[in-house]
Unconditional design. Structure first.
Length: 95
């Protein structure tokens, strides 16, 4: 029997908490991802820098995040660590 693994899914998020954070220094990427996720019914907040995104999340809960690893003001890895403290270990974060 094959060993199967399931990836974290945003689909299981309750509708009231379907707000996702996108952080990428390319406006083209944040725009494209935002449009695709909004088509699927997600509320999206997008930032082109890490520090304003973290400031936003401190005041506004999100269900998960999609991050670029190369963000000019902070590494995507550092942002993911900060987000873990703010939104919890269970929330999906894609880098």
């Amino acid at each position: 029997m094959p060993n199967t693994m399931t990836a974290p899914s945003f689909v299981d998020v309750k509708p009231a908490t379907r707000k996702l954070l996108i952080v990428d220094d390319s406006p083209h990427v944040t725009d494209a991802l935002s449009r695709l996720l909004m088509i699927d019914g997600y509320e999206v907040v997008a930032f082109n820098a890490a520090l304003p995104a973290l400031e936003y999340v401190r005041a506004n809960p999100v269900a998960g995040a999609i991050l670029d690893i190369h963000i000019p003001d902070l590494s995507g890895l550092i942002v993911s660590q900060q987000l873990r403290m703010l939104i919890g270990e269970e929330a999906p974060i894609i880098i």
